[in-house]
Design a protein. Structure first.
Length: 693
């Protein structure tokens, strides 16, 4: 039984579910009540159902039935909440569902033709009725809209969206687009806003800025409710209206910038020169007379002093020394540290020794204890840089050079140290790469001493024969050279990024510059019908506006993609497939779907190219592959600036399980523009891969 269970476990681990079930069925014939065999068989049945759920959800997703596919996945996860293929399928379905919802949101109202309105003191219902009859839009009015509300409006050649915005904003109302042809209009009051305004929860994981500071910044700019801040993960969460969240996302992109850093190259030079000269004749300066004991008499006694004579007095005279000494010394002590520091953060450098200081404490009972502390002696530098946007660095600098000058011993035996020190502190502002010298910290000492014979040594000129003179001089200078080199500075945003028009204080939302419709949109919108005083003047001329209506999804320029060259490909060996992009108009991101024969290509990893990291931007990437051979990859810059120029856009790490010819083709490639628009795209032809055995 144990052997069959081990064999079934091995088949299950290798993915051969049918073989494992057959082995367990034979085991149950011998022992139908065996608990482990029954349990493994039940797990295999659950695993089979989960595999079927993955396949069914993939088929539903391929047909665009996102809700049905999500229900199948959720039912499967009830049996095994940690089933990785189902979890991956759920993420893929939610991503696809979000893309569909975003496209529906960006589409706005179906009617984009320009209109002209000319109403004098007309009722709101009359105005909306005319717009409905000639544009096909549906309007739903809240029950609290006043029945007697009168509207006076004179508009010519404007979009329907802008006309509705003007009408509702000038009459203390607000609107909500329910779908592409239905608009809800309600009073602009706090109670109605809470009732009708959609709420979005958006979570920001900040990479550089502090979450508390970002929350304070958003509260000050957008008058938000209290955001949630998690200091552990540096996360910030908002629950606001979609328009407010869109503004917060733009502001966070400007606020969450990388901290500037600077590399400080320091050179500390201590130049010391000594000069010592000792010349002259050093004569004996003392004659010593010593009484001697008599021979054979032992030691000297008082009685021996009575017969003290010339022969019993010893004489000691020092020798004559001729001093001819000259010493010259030059010393250079150089320290060359390099310190990398963040903006407005202090950096410290210590090159030297820690001198122990012993403190003795005597208690009332006579117990004696010693406490050891350490004093820093040597070269100490305290630096605080401030990096400015114009590539200049302001530096607060404190320099201290200390050395041991001597030791002092107290009456209790404790040793104290005499410290010689030189200090300098300054604040300077330098350009990137500019070198500044700090010098002039001088220490000069001259000493002269002489040994002379009294009277004879004081005679001019001849006195040099009866004296010896020592001249000792030393000079020390400290020089500091400092050079800042900016490693990373603040990114200067373009005016289009740094300036945001956010509507009015009562109705905050992202607006165009000047809160007006762009002139090119009006110019390309076509000509409205002639307008008179009648209410029917609101109708546009369909024959002209249909042909000349602006397409907001098109931008000037053209995007070109091409395959990058590949090396030889072998079956079962991973290889790279890359896509090169020429971003003429500039893009913020791209969604690409590739297709090949089912089972011929397996996705190991998808990577974004260097093209999207321009300006040190953070990039989000999502990827998935399906059983039908389709591979989806989406990449988007987390900053509202486009990537421009040419370079590698995407890269796939793939493997082909079997040899043969594979054709890789594009299902679609959807570029993501900065302002919601997208340029035209030129797709490369299918790529044919030859996979060798």
């Amino acid at each position: 039984m144990a052997a069959w269970l081990a064999e079934a476990q091995r088949h299950r681990r290798d993915g051969r579910v049918d073989e494992a079930e057959r082995v367990l069925a034979r085991a149950q014939v011998l022992d139908p009540a065996h608990p482990r065999a029954a349990g493994m068989l039940q797990e295999l049945r659950i695993s089979r159902r989960l595999v079927a759920a993955v396949q069914e959800s993939q088929a539903l997703l391929g047909r665009g039935q996102h809700a049905s596919a999500l229900r199948v996945v959720d039912e499967g996860l009830k049996a095994d909440p940690q089933h990785e293929p189902l979890l991956a399928m759920r993420r893929q379905i939610l991503a696809a569902q979000r893309q569909v919802q975003l496209r529906a949101t960006e589409a706005g109202l179906a009617e984009q033709r320009p209109v002209s309105l000319d109403f004098r003191d007309a009722s709101l219902r009359q105005v909306l009725d005319v717009v409905t009859r000639h544009s096909g839009l549906n309007f739903v009015l809240d029950k609290d809209i006043r029945q007697d509300l009168r509207v006076t409006v004179y508009l010519k050649n404007v979009r329907v969206d802008d006309a509705l915005d003007l009408i509702v904003s000038t009459h203390q109302m607000a609107r909500k687009v329910l779908d592409e042809r239905t608009v809800l209009i309600y009073p602009n009051t706090p109670d109605k806003l809470r009732e009708y305004q959609e709420q979005v929860i958006r979570v920001f994981y900040l990479s550089s800025a502090d979450a508390k500071g970002a929350a304070s910044f958003l509260r000050s700019m957008l008058k938000l409710k209290e955001p949630f801040v998690d200091e552990r993960s540096n996360m910030l969460a908002l629950r606001e209206a979609p328009e407010t969240v869109a503004l917060a996302e733009r502001l966070i992109g400007l606020y969450d910038t990388q901290e500037p850093e600077v590399l400080l190259e320091l050179e500390v030079l201590e130049v010391r020169s000594t000069r010592l000269t000792e010349l002259g004749i050093k004569l004996p300066n003392a004659v010593t007379l010593t009484p001697l004991a008599p021979s054979g008499g032992g030691g000297l006694t008082v009685a021996n002093l009575r017969g003290l004579g010339e022969d019993r007095i010893g004489v000691s005279v020092g020798g004559i020394t001729l001093n001819l000494r000259r010493e010259v010394g030059d010393f250079e002590i150089l320290a060359n540290p390099r310190v990398r520091a963040k903006n407005r953060e202090k950096a410290k450098v210590l090159i030297g020794d820690k001198v122990p200081i012993i403190t003795t404490t005597t208690g009332q009972t006579g117990f004696v204890s010693d406490t050891v502390s350490y004093l820093d002696v040597g070269l100490k530098l305290d630096i605080e840089p401030t990096i400015y946007a114009n590539d200049e660095v302001a530096i607060k600098l404190a320099l201290e050079v200390g050395s041991l000058a001597g030791q002092l011993k107290t009456a209790s035996g404790t040793v104290a140290y005499q410290i010689s020190t030189r200090n300098a502190s300054t604040a300077l502002r330098l350009k990137d790469g500019e070198t500044q010298l700090l010098a002039g910290l001088l220490s000069k000492e001259d000493r002269t001493s002489a040994s002379r014979v009294p009277l004879a040594g004081d005679v001019p000129v001849l006195g040099r024969l009866f004296s010896s003179q020592l001249d000792d001089g030393s000079r020390t200078e400290l020089v500091l050279a400092i050079t800042p080199r900016i490693v990373r500075n603040l990114r200067q945003p373009e005016p289009s990024e740094a300036e945001l028009w956010v509507g009015t204080e009562a109705y905050t939302r992202l607006r165009q510059v000047g809160s007006r419709v762009a002139p090119e949109e009006v110019a390309s919108s076509g000509k409205p019908a002639s307008s008179g005083q009648a209410a029917d003047s609101a109708a546009p001329d369909a024959s002209e506006s249909d042909a000349q209506a602006a397409d907001p999804q098109k931008m000037p320029g053209r995007l070109a993609l091409r395959w990058e060259a590949l090396g030889p490909i072998k079956a079962g060996v991973p290889f790279a497939l890359a896509l090169h992009g020429d971003l003429g108009p500039g893009l913020r991101g791209m969604r690409v779907r590739l297709a090949a024969d089912a089972g011929r290509l397996l996705l190991l990893e998808a990577k974004e190219g260097d093209l999207w990291h321009q300006g040190a931007a953070n990039v989000s990437l999502s990827s998935s592959d399906a059983a039908n051979g389709e591979i989806d990859v989406g990449v988007v810059r987390n900053e509202p600036t486009p990537a421009v120029g040419s370079g590698r856009a995407l890269e796939w790490q793939l493997v082909s399980p079997q040899p043969g010819r594979i054709e890789v083709r594009f299902v679609h490639a959807i570029p993501i523009g900065v302002g919601g628009g997208s340029p035209e795209i030129a797709l490369p032809p299918p790529l044919v891969l030859e996979v060798s055995p």
